[in-house]
Design a protein around this ligand. Structure first.
Ligand SMILES: [Zn+2]
Length: 290
């Protein structure tokens, strides 16, 4: 059974870029006779915008999306994340870290894909007393790779490219990487279809899945919708909220952005007919991920 999901962060209204990602995951799951879940990724409660998740849900309903289970909110799932952290600690895979950002920048001698590689200071020295500690996952000198269904084979050398990464922050919030891995596993997600901005996160998520004994889903990272300046659409780059009229035309524009449907997309006079056509013609390709 195929299980897909759409997992927006409630940091602002749904915009055209989010619609494209939602359409891709929805068509991928539903065209394979699968289930599709909606998860609100509000694990970082400091970035949450009041009313944004309700607004997103309303917009998705207007566009004809139907989810197959109760909506999951990450902000309500701390106990699951705590259990995962306890399991990682029990296996000796995680350790506390009291280094400041500046200390890491000053002591690091290696650059990874996201900046300074953590030099392992708190593994070798006692942590500072009376200082809130983050938790890091140890990254061994192994390669983690996967066959992305859109962009093909991807690989990182975990210690060299990523380094020991934070799974729980010093302020007590769990990291995006840990929350996503726990949620995808507990929700039985088999097919992740999402924007290419998350491509670089995937090897960390696969490594976490291996540490926690979870299965690895198939991954497909679709091209991002960029604005005229070549930037990803976001609140900062003035992505506007999706219209609640003209839904047919907006959906067709989203379909036209995705090269997994025959082009041009024909005109339909109603939403169900448009969705039905999309499900019948959707073809993302099926490169296996092992
Ligand atoms: Zn440290």
């Amino acid at each position: 059974m195929v299980v897909g999901r759409f997992a927006p962060s409630p940091t602002g209204p749904l915009h055209f870029g989010s619609l494209v990602a939602a359409v891709a995951s929805y068509c991928d799951a539903k065209s394979q006779g699968g289930r599709w879940l909606l998860r609100i990724e509000d694990v970082d409660t400091t970035r949450r915008v009041a009313g944004a998740s309700a607004d997103m849900i309303r917009t998705l309903q207007h566009y004809g999306f139907v989810w197959d289970e109760k909506i999951v909110y990450q902000s309500e799932r701390t106990e699951h994340y705590e259990q995962a952290l306890a399991q990682l600690r029990h296996r000796g895979l995680a350790y506390p870290c009291t280094c400041s950002r500046k200390e890491i920048a000053d002591s690091s001698t290696q650059l990874g894909i996201e900046g300074a590689i953590y030099p392992g200071t708190c593994l070798q020295h006692p942590i500072k007393p009376d200082t809130p500690a983050a938790w890091r996952l140890k990254t061994p000198a192994i390669n983690i790779g996967f066959a992305d269904r859109v962009v093909g084979w991807q690989q990182h050398a975990m210690a060299r490219d990523i380094g020991d990464f934070v799974i729980k922050r010093a302020d007590g919030l769990f990291s995006y990487q840990l929350a996503v891995v726990v949620d995808d596993a507990l929700q039985g997600v088999t097919h992740v279809v999402r924007g290419a901005d998350l491509l670089q996160s995937t090897t960390r998520q696969i490594y976490l899945q291996q540490c926690l004994g979870y299965a690895t889903p198939a991954y497909a990272h679709i091209p991002l919708v960029l604005n005229d300046q070549g930037q990803k659409l976001s609140k900062q780059t003035l992505a506007t909220a999706l219209p609640l009229d003209n839904i047919l035309a907006t959906l067709v524009a989203a379909f036209n952005f995705l090269p997994y449907l025959p082009q041009p997309v024909p005109n339909f006079s109603n939403l169900p007919a448009l969705w039905q056509w999309a499900m019948a013609h959707w073809q993302l390709g099926q490169l296996a991920s092992d």
